[in-house]
Structures are given as structure tokens and as C-alpha cells.
Design a protein. Sequence first.
Length: 305
Amino acid sequence: MTVSEIQNRILKLKKEKDICILAHSYQARDITEIADFTGDSYALSVKAAQVDAKTVIMCGVRFMAETVKILSPQKTVILANPNAGCPMAEQMDKELIEQLKEMNPEYTVAAYINTTAELKTICDVCVTSSSAVKIIKAMPEKNILFIPDINLGTYVAEQCPEKNIKLVSGGCPTHCRVGEKHVLKAKREHPNALLLVHPECIPDVVKHADYIGSTSGIMDYAIKSGAKEFIIGTENSISEHLQYECPDKRFYPLSKDLVCHNMKITTLPDVLNCCNGTAGEEIILDGETITKARKCIDKMIEYGG
């Protein structure tokens, strides 16, 4: 079968079987083209909760599918490829954070959305890369234990000097692959290009940025900007997507190594097989986990996330 034949088959099946397909922005172009919604992880979960479809297929990684289930417990949620995990989300477990909470009883735990459902059950508030600064500023507590991304946490701490923010060493292996040397090289090669980076990048990269923001924020900025050239400091699929969206502009990956292998493991045939009911993994969370994990997400919404 050709790519277009598989895509057409998926489009037919999802209509027949009342399926909503979510694709994170880091997915390949052939998958985003057949998705009902494409974007950042939390935004996708919200979209899934708003549609009537009874079955949701997440083309992303496990914590994203778990978040969909937390917000839509009545729906059948399928992770398109069961092997698609997130190293950052898996770096810290419930036991470790419980120990840190005991050692720091005066600190409120703020968890990046890139955490497991189990870990969210013991966290006080959740944040996304686009809302983290806003949420931390809105919190009445001054002492914040920020997990798990030390780079996003560092960026937030710089923007919120009025808070006492403790960080735990963790982060995204993909974004941590690039350093200042990659920035300097890219700027030499493309002196007229603006540098747009994700706050999961290390501080030595972030300090050079013309814009710092979430994946969706980076895409929106590039699309709306009057500039014609951009160096993209996040997963390389974003450079590709932007080139499709803005063929009159030029987009350069900050590094050829900015590739998330967990995102790339999901293929278009995986999605087809999920629609046929022969692939994927249904996300099962017990009621207690859903209720407890939902509390930190609800608190984020309360603070304006």
C-alpha cells in the first residue's frame, strides 16, 4: 500500500468506528495529516475530552495517553505504539518524590506535564511548558519543588525570582543533546535567522534565543513572524512541519541530533492497525489514580493554565 492509500483507509475507518486520532507535533508528517488534532500534549488531552468520539488513539508517548485517560476516563484510550515512552517522565518515580517531600515539607511540588500518572498522584500542581511561568507566579506558595526537568525549572526560576524554587536533576535527553557550540555553529551558517528554542534546552542554548516557548509557541511565532529564516531549537520534525506551513520561509534544525526516537517509533501502519483493532495498547488507570492525578491538573486550571 502507498502512503496515501493507508491514509485514506485510516480516514475511512476512524469515521466508521467513531475514533479520534491525536498526534503530537513531533510525529511524522504522514501521521499529522490524518490526525483530528495536532499539538502539544496537554492541549491534545483537552481536545479529546471535548469531542464525542468514544475511542481515542494517541500518536505520541505513554504519559500523553495517560493524561488523555485522566481527563476522559469514560473513553477508550489507545497508545498507538506501546513502546513509545518518555525518558524524562520515567526518570523519577513516586517513591523518590515522596522521599523528597518528606525532606522538604515546606515545599509545594510542581510537576511538569511530562510525568507519569502515578507520579502526578502525589504532586500539588501541574504545569506545561507554555504555562509554567504563569502558573508558578500565580501560586500562593513561595517554596516550590519543581520536577522533573531541571532546564525548564531553571528557566522558570529566572522568570520568577520572587519564588524559592528547588530543582531535581532530570530532563529531556533529546533537548539536552544540543549545546552552545551548536548554537554558535548554526548562527555562523545562518546569520540572518532567528533562534527559536524550547525551554527544555540547557541554559547555554536558551540564553541565545530570540524566542523561548513550547512547541506550539515556536510554530505560532514562526508562522506569524515577518522574518524569513529560523533556526529551530526543538525536535527536528517541527522544522519539517513549518516548511510545509510556510514554503516561502526557511527553517534550519539547530542540530541533526535533535530527534526523539520514542516519538519516531510510531508509524502510519501502526495507526492503521490500531483502527483495525490489531495493534496499540489500551491505557488502563484505576479510579483512585485518575482521581488523585486529576487534582494537580485541576489546580493548574485554577491558576490559569
